[in-house]
Design a binder for this molecule. Structure first.
Ligand code: PEP
Ligand code: MN
Length: 336
């Protein structure tokens, strides 16, 4: 349930409502808004009796929240969440482009690609140091050495960096280097990882599980928000279907649904959805059309030599073209 306070409610009145909620054994979560404060009621098993709070001073309304996710829900927080990282602003009104290789392979590889994507207009650099690979015989990433290379990329280019964390044991290490910590599709329901992400000071890029429903995805985000970290970016990267013409099926309809259900920013990863580079541009264009807040694209200067995901990695010139196209589409849609 959401208790909506009157516009003129005083801080004392808000505190009294919080105390009343807590006296019933619930958790109260005040959410300051542009015009008024709302107070979310959490930890209730079953329905909450609105009449307990409607009579209190300063209370305007009590709205039942029907969805299982509360903090990720737009009913709870109508204003869009904007995540700020370095010079990047991720959320409504912007099209943020994150680009880089699947995996950090060496300093020269990372710096070469970073220089290209920055020139093309990327706002953030991506690259995995800890790689979740299907086969134990595949390249697993450079680990801490890869993180140090990411730091070098940030120092030399000024681009904030995004990198994946695979387990709670490495979280301290990854967040010490990353500007945004990524949780991958295979870990979307790794609840210890989500709880640790909730205690992080870094924004979390939460990819959709490859077979997760939107409700499950938002419940995963809820773990992070509930832990106290309000900076969550959702990333649709395709779901597993029966098709074999692409690696996954990009669920573009997730974007309007998330935009309606949640205040969190949502970006699209066309690369892992496609699995093939010729599909990345059309899917990126479609992502802009459905009003995603950004894109995360894999780019490699020599994809035929890439240690992972070469087939879906764009050549730098293709990425440059993609940036030009999606930016002009975005400008048209926003009458710029
Ligand atoms: C990645 O972004 O490098 C990655 C492994 O993606 P996903 O978790 O979507 O497969
Ligand atoms: Mn990849």
């Amino acid at each position: 349930m959401l208790i909506v306070m009157d516009q003129k409610a005083t801080p004392e009145e808000v505190n009294k409502v919080v105390a009343a909620i807590e006296s019933k054994g619930y958790t109260a979560r005040p959410i300051p808004g542009g015009e008024r404060v709302a107070i979310g009621i959490l930890n209730n098993e079953g329905p909450v009796d609105a009449s307990l709070f409607l009579g209190l001073r300063g209370v305007k309304d009590a709205i039942p929240v029907t969805r299982p996710y509360k903090l990720a829900n737009r009913e709870f927080k109508p204003e869009n969440t904007i995540v700020y990282v370095g010079d990047a602003r991720i959320g409504e009104g912007n099209l943020t482009i994150i680009a880089g290789p699947c995996a950090i392979e060496s300093e020269s590889q990372a710096l070469t690609i970073a220089t290209h994507v920055q020139k093309a207009g990327a706002h953030l650099f991506r690259g995995g140091a800890f790689k979740p690979r299907t086969s134990p015989y595949s390249f697993q990433g450079l680990g801490e050495e890869g993180l140090k290379i990411l730091k070098k990329v940030r120092d030399e280019t000024g681009l904030p960096v995004v990198t994946e964390v695979m387990d709670p044991i490495n979280f301290d290490l990854v967040e010490a280097y990353a500007d945004i910590v990524q949780i991958g599709t295979r870990n979307m329901q790794n609840f210890s990882l989500l709880k640790r992400a909730g205690r992080s000071k870094r924004p979390i890029l939460l990819k959709r599980g490859m077979a997760a429903t939107i409700d499950e995805w938002l419940m995963a985000a809820e773990y992070i928000l509930e832990g106290g970290n309000s900076q969550v970016i959702l990333c649709e990267r395709g779901v597993r279907t029966f098709v074999n013409h692409s690696r996954n099926t990009l669920d573009l309809s997730a974007v309007p649904v998330i935009r309606k259900e949640s205040h969190l920013p949502i970006i699209i990863d066309p690369s892992h959805a496609a699995g093939k580079r010729d599909q990345v541009l059309p899917l990126s264009r479609a992502a802009v059309a459905v009003e995603a807040h950004g894109l995360m694209v894999e780019v490699h200067h020599a994809p035929e030599e890439a240690m992972s995901d070469g087939a879906q990695s764009l050549y730098p010139e293709q990425f440059e073209d993609l940036c030009i196209q999606v930016r002009s589409m975005f400008d048209v849609l926003h009458n710029r």
